[in-house]
Design a protein around this ligand. Structure first.
Ligand code: C2E
Ligand code: MG
Ligand code: MG
Length: 435
């Protein structure tokens, strides 16, 4: 019998501690699956999943459906860690073949969070919380991951909750600012645009890099408010300065998956452009590969609507995701940004040079432009120019800074360094989060 959360808590009424393993199974990206196959088929899929869990696992004493796409299995035996790992592995294995829902065969991925030990009925609410923390950690690690709960995770989870609260207040207290990093056209050395990079100036934490707070914001609707704020601020800043900026100046703004999948995103974007007065041909939205994969069905249409406004699309951190080239080739986009991990050791690593060459060839075939990220030395800049890469961005050309501090002068890639560049090159070991 498939219990509810309440049913599960009621049934777990024993008072003596018993060895037990609690496994939470969360389906990955089930919302996207629902969008793809329709809700009727989505429901049949959930049924198929719950039947497979029941039929193919060592009989759980209790099984419950906790939320839309989350199941709990409580095995009353073997609380030791080997059993926990065994059960988790067995669960993940169930998702290696497709599920049938009516005429459709659909692949469903799952994440698994596990807690084990000796359980009294009264402890179950806490176990559920901990398993849920482990499941959250598993989801953060990607598709098909399994995580066994450790006490340190509870502390990290509290810290994320604190961060989320502070972030919410930070938006009200106007503690965010936008830095801009110039994008350089390699053939001429001129500044062709800039990427807007969000900064949080916290009164207690100091300058917090986006790598720390964006993932937290992405776990809630906070990312929507934040993304909206950046888009408004950056388009307004650039629209105001446009007469003083180099001709054809292109503003790049990072957009998260959560923003893009909002059905009213194109309309909101159009409204932001109208308010700011920035002509759409001066704006490029940067999306990561993972965004494009997750969104799947809606992504193509959504991107097409954005481009119909005259706004360009760039694929950020290119080469770090898992998207197939066949899939990418069907999506409408204008630009790829080669991830800095390939650019950083361009001169020392033949492998990285080969990857960059491949991306350049592919881009030519697709008719899209290329921006290389993370250029930290003159030698790398020159090499990229030789390879035929159109544009680049990196500390050697300029660190992210306030718009009024951005150096707009034409860079000389061939000089002895005098007169350019304004910011000293930094060691390649510097973490990107220090920008
Ligand atoms: P990204 O979009 O790939 O941005 C490039 C990152 O590389 C920036 O880090 C930048 O400061 C850093 N960087 C630039 N040149 C160099 C270099 O020569 N060497 C090294 N080591 N690093 C360099 P930042 O500002 O910390 O941003 C990190 C990530 O946070 C961004 O990666 C982007 O994914 C995300 N992010 C930043 N602002 C926003 C935003 O407004 N919205 C969203 N959704 N994400 C944002
Ligand atoms: Mg970016
Ligand atoms: Mg990037």
């Amino acid at each position: 019998q498939l219990l509810t959360r309440r049913g599960l808590l009621e049934q777990a009424n024993w008072t003596e501690p018993q060895p037990a393993v609690l496994t939470l199974v969360g389906l990955d990206a089930f919302r996207a699956i629902n969008d793809n196959v329709g809700y009727g088929t989505g429901d049949r899929l959930l049924q198929a999943v719950s039947e497979r869990l029941r039929a193919r696992l060592p009989a759980p004493v209790l099984m419950a459906r906790l939320g839309g796409d989350e199941f709990a299995l409580l095995h009353l035996a073997g609380g030791e860690s080997s059993t926990q790992a065994q059960i988790a592995k067995a669960v993940l294995a169930l998702f290696s073949t497709p599920f049938s829902a009516g005429a459709d065969e659909v692949m469903v991925h799952a994440s698994v969070g596990v807690v084990g030990g000796h359980l009294r009925g009264d402890d179950l609410p806490e176990w559920l919380r901990n398993a849920s923390i482990a499941l959250g950690e598993a989801k953060r690690r990607g598709l098909n991951q399994c995580v066994v709960f450790e006490p340190s995770m509870a502390e990290q989870s509290k810290e994320r909750a604190r961060l989320a609260t502070e972030l919410r207040q930070a938006l009200e207290k106007d503690q965010f600012l936008v830095h801009y990093q110039p994008v350089i056209e390699l053939a001429t050395g001129r500044v062709s645009g800039a990427e807007a990079l969000l900064r949080w100036h916290s009164p207690t934490r100091g300058m917090v890099p986006p790598g720390v707070f964006i993932p937290v914001a992405e776990e809630s609707d906070l990312i929507l408010a934040l993304g909206d704020w950046v888009l408004r601020r950056a388009t307004r800043d650039i629209a105001e300065q446009l007469p003083r900026l180099p001709e054809g100046f292109d503003l790049h703004v990072n957009v998260s998956a959560r923003q893009l999948i909002q059905s009213d995103f194109p309309a909101a974007l159009q409204q932001v452009l109208a308010t700011s007065g920035l002509p759409p041909q001066h704006l490029t939205l940067e999306l990561t590969e993972s965004v494009l994969i997750e969104g799947d069905a809606v992504t193509g249409q959504r991107l097409a609507r954005i481009r119909a406004l005259g706004v360009k699309i760039a694929i950020d951190d290119f080469g770090t995701g898992y998207s197939s080239l066949a899939y990418l080739s069907r999506l409408p986009f204008d630009c790829v940004k080669v991830d800095q991990s390939f650019v950083r050791n361009l001169l020392d690593s033949p492998q990285n040079a080969a990857i960059v060459t491949a991306v350049l060839n592919m881009s030519q075939g697709f008719g899209v432009t290329v921006v290389a990220e993370g250029v930290e030395t003159q030698a790398a800049a020159q090499r990229l120019r030789e390879m035929g890469c159109a544009s680049a961005q990196g500390y050697w050309f300029g660190r992210p800074a306030l718009l009024q501090e951005m150096d707009l002068s034409v860079r000389s890639l061939d000089g002895d360094g005098k007169g350019s560049p304004p910011t000293p090159p930094t060691p390649s070991s510097a973490p990107s989060t220090q920008a």
